[in-house]
Design a protein around this ligand. Structure first.
Ligand SMILES: [Cu+2]
Length: 322
């Protein structure tokens, strides 16, 4: 009796796995067909299914792991369990099965339900650990920027390029249009094809730096610096958002990353870097006689060094530009 029941269950299992595999295949096909909706790189698309288009090689691997490994496994297991539950409900309820079976062990079955999950987890681990290590072993960065999460905006700084911290607020709906809650007043600007390392911290509460197209997300923690890296392969604008519940305006602190050519990046840096007033100053001392001429440009000269380190970024920049 028990064996017959087990065989029936076995046949049901077989049918369930075929059905699961089929539905999984259809779902994956639907997800990979999603780009037919004319998705735009770097931003979400209305009614699209699945992950955003990828803008980074590592994100490709993460998408493969999700679409080809995890999603089918999850689908098959869920459907299998659902089918088993349905069988139990229909065939083994009190009415259709008034006398319950008395057996309590089935060694082959117990071996199967131990070994199969172990195999499934091994397959998942074989793909997930290399991916984790790739995210962790960050390559030598070409650019390091600092991103700070604030209630409720992001601020960015380029310490090596001497671009002082600037604020990136949400762009008002009237100006942003369909990009409302994605576009900002001042994006993060990075060069294409280069490794950008982002040092992420929080100024007040927990925030999270999340850019789906690059497959990166890291928590911004006050008093701690986390880091994340990406290597965008295409010029364009990529949008993300804070995805750590951080207060009443959590939904209003988007992240906008402009990926530009190296030349455009260099000129952006040139336009935004703090002009070192102190660099002009050393020339002045040797030319001691014309202090009068220098006085207009060099009131900062004597205190140039402390002034530049304390960071009044904007004032020195303006005269130098003019
Ligand atoms: Cu936040």
């Amino acid at each position: 009796m028990a064996i017959r029941r087990f065989r029936a269950q076995d046949r049901a299992q077989h049918r369930a796995s075929i059905l699961g595999a089929w539905i999984s295949a259809v779902s994956v096909a639907a997800m990979t067909a999603a780009p037919a909706l004319a998705e735009t790189l770097g931003q979400p698309t209305d009614k699209a299914i699945g992950l955003q288009p990828s803008g980074d090689d590592l994100r490709d691997t993460a998408a493969f792991f999700h679409n080809v490994i995890l999603f089918p496994v999850i689908t098959v297991i869920s459907l299998f369990v659902l089918v088993l539950l349905a069988i139990v409900v229909v065939r083994f309820n009190k009415k259709s099965n008034p006398v319950a079976a008395r057996f309590s062990h089935n060694t082959p079955l117990e071996i199967v339900w131990t070994v199969v999950p172990v195999l499934i987890l091994t397959v998942i681990a074989a793909f997930s650990f290399p991916l984790l290590y790739k995210y962790h072993d960050e390559p030598k960065p070409d650019l390091t920027v600092k991103a700070t999460g604030n209630q409720w905006f992001w601020s960015y700084e380029y310490p090596d390029q001497k671009v002082a911290e600037y604020t990136s607020n949400i762009l008002p709906e009237a100006k942003a249009g369909s990009l409302y809650k994605l576009a900002t007043t001042a994006p993060l600007v990075v060069p294409v094809g280069k490794v950008t390392k982002v040092l992420v911290t929080g100024a007040d509460v927990l925030h999270a730096f999340f850019i789906p197209a690059f497959g990166v997300q890291v928590t911004a923690i006050p008093g701690k610096v986390n880091s994340v890296w990406f290597k965008p392969r295409t010029v364009g604008t990529y949008y993300g958002t804070c995805n750590e519940l951080c207060g009443v305006d959590h939904a209003f602190m988007p992240i906008e990353v402009k990926v530009v050519s190296q030349a455009d990046f260099d000129s952006w840096i040139a336009a935004h870097a703090t002009k070192p007033a102190a660099v002009a100053a050393p020339a002045a001392p040797s030319a001691a006689p014309p202090p009068a001429a220098a006085t207009t440009a060099a009131p900062a000269t004597p205190t140039a060094t402390p002034a530049s380190t304390t960071g009044p970024a904007a004032p020195p920049a303006a005269p130098a530009k003019a």
